[in-house]
Design a protein around this ligand. Sequence first.
Ligand SMILES: Nc1ncnc2c1ncn2[C@@H]1O[C@H](COP(=O)(O)OP(=O)(O)OP(=O)(O)O)[C@@H](O)[C@H]1O
Length: 210
Amino acid sequence: MLTLKNVYIARDHAPIIAPVSETINAGEVLALMGPSGVGKSSLLAYLSGTLPSGLSGHGEVTLEHLAIQDLPIEKRQLGLLQQSPLLFNHLTVEENLLFAYKSPESRFLRKQAIRSKLEEIGLEGLEHQLPQHLSGGQQARLALLRTLLAKPKALLLDEPFSKLDHSLRAEMRELVLDAIQKTQVPTILVTHDQEDADLMATRVYSLRSI
Ligand SMILES: Nc1ncnc2c1ncn2[C@@H]1O[C@H](COP(=O)(O)OP(=O)(O)OP(=O)(O)O)[C@@H](O)[C@H]1O
């Protein structure tokens, strides 16, 4: 369960959004919508600990009853997926995934697990490729797999499909929904696309400026 209590973003000490108080339960998807520039990405950035200087975030964020808003990024246990996949371009597909997949298992066993996950997601045989040699759709699937291998306790999706064409978009929606159903992670999805909200969201929250 992910809970936001009076969360808002400010610029020069002045709030730019009306405070948000919401609870997202296990397996729920909250679509965060609202006009361009209102502060949707900034709100997600506050939750994930990546807010740029110039803006400040306020309010309490709890994940499974632990307040996380002051924790360093790596301790928050959140999975963030953005428009442009955040992949290490100098590392192979397999190395990108090993980086995220922390487990007490040996490197050999982790590599085996990664091969089978690659197969499940339709990326079999690509483990030694560099991400820049993959198609946009393959990169999106790789970014999703990397996010999931880190076993996040909540997912934050910031317009993750907006650079994909219609059929890839539909495919990615299915994969993400399937992952949310299997892992039951609470999820916030920032989108401008009504179809994303209709097909994926349990609820829609319209962010308001102040
Ligand atoms: N580093 C920064 N310093 C100061 N202001 C910023 C900074 N980054 C973004 N902003 C401002 O914060 C406000 C919210 O921006 P944000 O990108 O969160 O909106 P958004 O709702 O996600 O927009 P869009 O739908 O167009 O992506 C905007 O007015 C933006 O100009």
